[in-house]
Design a protein around this ligand. Structure first.
Ligand code: COA
Length: 254
């Protein structure tokens, strides 16, 4: 089981549970998460969705082996379905992050409503060092949340963010001790049980509506570019280097 789901006390919980591979996400796991969000949408008893990983890892991002074998073939690929489900979720989405949140692990947080992280959390968007490019509106949302220059350090240089920096950059709401993050996030999610659900949904819709069409445009542009770059020699060098546990060599590219 790589994605565990459970609905209790009005909260649909999605747990990324593949610790032996640092919670790297495969195509099948994206599909499971997209399906879980759709099920939460249809379940009248659900007032909020909670996404979390394991006590020492949120996710190492895309499973690089699976990603090379099954690259996203189009806008209906499971990874797009997952981000669309998250981005369009009418109900509030809360995330609890312990440990590393790499690549899409950080990108998905940009689409959540409330994000709580442990003081040992580490965020990174190493798309450039993988020969790829920003994905799923991160090229829009990171500059929007944190300012262009900070975003350039994170997206162009791929510099990791500590929990404190993620808080400063407005990517997370609050930092907690590692063993308190999940409990706190669960309690925050459960608070929606005491609020009128239509008001919550409409307010969320209004908060997102001004950015909706631009976000969709950016995601399309990023998706096309990412899809093309995935087959590039630069990406092949970066991916091979990861599995051969060596430093990539981009010196031959111009
Ligand atoms: N895809 C596929 N497998 C991955 C993976 C990924 N993104 N991240 C980790 N793994 C696998 C490793 O290959 C290793 O497998 P093995 O035990 O069969 O050799 C196992 O998970 C443990 O990983 P390891 O690197 O030894 O753990 P670590 O604690 O030293 O480092 C990370 C953890 C997350 C910092 C590191 O694994 C990492 O940088 N992963 C790649 C992140 C990445 O580039 N993601 C893609 C973003 S688009």
């Amino acid at each position: 089981m790589t994605i565990r789901t459970e609905t209790a006390d009005g909260v649909a919980r999605i747990e990324i549970a593949r610790p032996e591979k640092k919670n790297a996400i495969t195509v099948a796991m994206y599909q499971q998460m997209a399906d879980a969000i759709a099920a939460a949408h249809d379940d009248r008893s659900v007032r909020a969705i909670l996404i979390h990983g394991q006590p020492d890892i949120f996710t190492a991002g895309n499973d690089l082996e699976d990603f090379m074998k099954n690259p996203p073939a189009g806008m209906d690929a499971p990874v797009f379905q997952f981000i669309a489900a998250l981005g369009y979720a009418e109900k509030p989405v809360v995330a609890a992050v312990n440990g590393a949140a790499v690549g899409i692990g950080t990108t998905m947080l940009l689409h959540c409503d409330l994000v709580y992280c442990a003081d040992n959390a580490m965020f990174s968007m190493p798309f450039v060092s993988l020969g790829l490019c920003a994905e799923f509106a991160s090229s829009l949302l990171v500059p929007l949340y944190a300012g262009y220059h900070k975003a350039a350090e994170k997206l162009l240089l791929g510099e990791p963010m500590s929990a404190e920096e993620a808080l400063e950059m407005k990517v997370v709401n609050r930092i907690l001790p590692p063993d308190e993050v999940l409990g706190y996030a669960k309690r925050q999610a459960a608070r929606f049980n005491g609020l009128p659900p239509t008001s919550v949904r409409e307010t969320k819709r209004l908060m997102k509506s001004a950015w909706k069409s631009i976000t969709e445009k950016v995601i399309e542009d990023e998706g096309r570019t990412f899809g093309r770059m995935l087959h590039s020699a630069e990406a092949k060098e970066a991916f091979s280097a990861f599995f051969e546990r060596r430093k990539p060599d981009f010196s031959r590219f111009g």
